[in-house]
Design a protein around this ligand. Structure first.
Ligand code: ADP
Length: 414
């Protein structure tokens, strides 16, 4: 089955075309036929299209809205230039969407029906920055491919529906949870589900025997405690602002600081919220950039003090989370790194793990250095009590597989 995976952002549309079915899943032979990105939708958009085995093609074109973006992507996918083997739009048999927030209702991926669309709309209150875009992607795909195209929604929050009350509740009046569902939801769930699945395969473990502390570190970063194969705690909360230090987000902060900044700087609470989401984290501390690669270069080449400080804050917070999740889980078997930073920076991985030798994790420097650019494997020594891994994440693959299973009425795995 050919599945188009869509991830719609405010002015972006990421896509992948994946061929998958039960046999391909069993043999790990899903085919990635094409992928790409449309940026700056609403103006002169930048397009980056790449089909299997060919160099990426970059171009620009005026693209009005998400519908126009989906239209351009689909026309390219069936073109001679893309050479995907698809002859017409009818060869696309399903569409899978990444949806940020599923609230308490969507604990698994689902086929999209009018009722599901209403459910995703209901969640806009909880995810005003994210869910509206997913809805645009769903509508656009239906308009271009027709009403009968099966579509599935895969939620960033679903994997964390197993969090126990003690992990998801905030210690605020319980009535606020009852009235408004204010609680910790967690995000990056599809990424964690992939890491757990892939670890099981590589390490030869059963789901029940999958005990991990996972770190997804990219522009947005979070940690997840996985015990017996399920999520028991995670660092993002009601929104993605909580937890680790991120590219432009502060992560954990005393909430009283918001009122204080508002009073001192003459800002509204909304402005302070933006400041904590967009001008903080690595960018805020360094005063230079939210890009970890650039910070590492600044530190190395110019010994920039604030770049070093930003990296130290980032690594220290991650280390504290690993420690606290070990306490929460009564120990773990492995630590797994993923995301742009987790997959590509041996330096950051080493700095996070430095100081955790007491809990039995010993890094193998050579393995750590070699694990970059999509390589997966162990980075700890052979006699390390706790293993450390790099597992490049693949959310699109799980979205495609879930979509295929839902369309064919197959059972969804955890
Ligand atoms: P997103 O969360 O937007 O998907 P990514 O997962 O692509 O982001 O991660 C982006 C981050 O990964 C950036 O901070 C970037 O600097 C960092 N990164 C990518 N390659 C490297 C590298 N070789 N060394 C350090 N950081 C890197």
């Amino acid at each position: 089955m050919n599945v188009l995976v869509l991830n719609a952002g405010s002015a972006t549309l990421k896509f992948q075309l994946i061929r998958t079915d039960a046999d391909r899943i069993a043999n790990d032979q899903d085919e990635r036929l094409a992928k790409g990105l449309v940026e700056r939708i609403g103006g002169e958009a930048l397009l980056r299209f790449e089909s299997q085995g060919k160099p990426p093609k970059r171009s620009s074109a005026p693209i009005r809205d998400h519908r126009a973006a989906v239209d351009v992507v689909l026309r390219w996918l069936v073109s001679d230039e893309a050479d995907t083997g698809l002859r017409s739009l009818a060869d696309i048999e399903g569409v899978g969407h990444r949806v940020a927030h599923g609230g308490e209702r969507f604990t698994r991926s689902v086929l999209i029906t009018p009722d599901v669309v209403r459910g995703i709309e209901d969640m806009i209150d909880l995810a005003p920055l994210h869910n509206p875009h997913a809805l645009k992607g769903i509508t656009a795909a239906r308009e271009v491919l027709g009403r009968d195209i099966p579509q599935a929604a895969v939620f960033d929050t679903s994997f964390h529906h197993t969090l126990p009350e003690q992990a998801y509740l905030y210690a605020i009046p319980y009535s606020l949870y009852r009235r408004y569902r204010i609680r910790r939801y967690g995000f990056h769930g599809t990424s964690y589900r992939y890491m757990a699945y892939r670890y099981r395969k590589l390490a030869g473990k059963t789901r029940e025997d999958t005990n991990l502390v996972c770190l997804h570190m990219g522009n947005g970063s979070s940690a997840c405690a996985i015990k017996g194969g399920i999520s028991v705690d995670t660092s993002m909360g009601f929104t993605p602002l909580e937890g680790l230090v991120m590219g432009t987000r502060s992560g954990d902060i005393d909430p009283a600081v918001m009122d204080f900044i508002a009073a001192k700087e003459g800002l509204s609470i909304h402005d302070v919220d933006l400041l904590l989401n967009k001008q903080s984290g690595l960018l805020g501390v360094s005063g230079l950039t939210n890009d970890m690669r650039e910070l590492l270069a600044e530190e190395l080449e110019h010994e920039d003090r604030r770049a070093r400080l930003a990296i130290e804050l980032f690594c220290y917070r991650a280390r504290k989370y690993i420690g606290s999740y070990l306490a929460a889980m009564n120990g773990t078997d492995a630590i797994v790194f993923a995301g742009g930073i987790g997959e590509n920076s041996p330096e950051v991985r080493a700095r996070i793990l430095d100081g955790l030798q007491w809990m039995g994790v010993e890094l193998n420097a050579e393995r750590n250095e070699s694990m970059t650019r999509g390589r997966e494997g162990v980075i700890s020594t052979d006699d390390s009590r706790l293993t450390a891994w790099v597992i490049p994440t693949d959310e699109e693959l799980l979205i495609a597989r879930d979509t295929m299973r839902l369309v064919h009425g197959l059972e969804l795995p955890h």
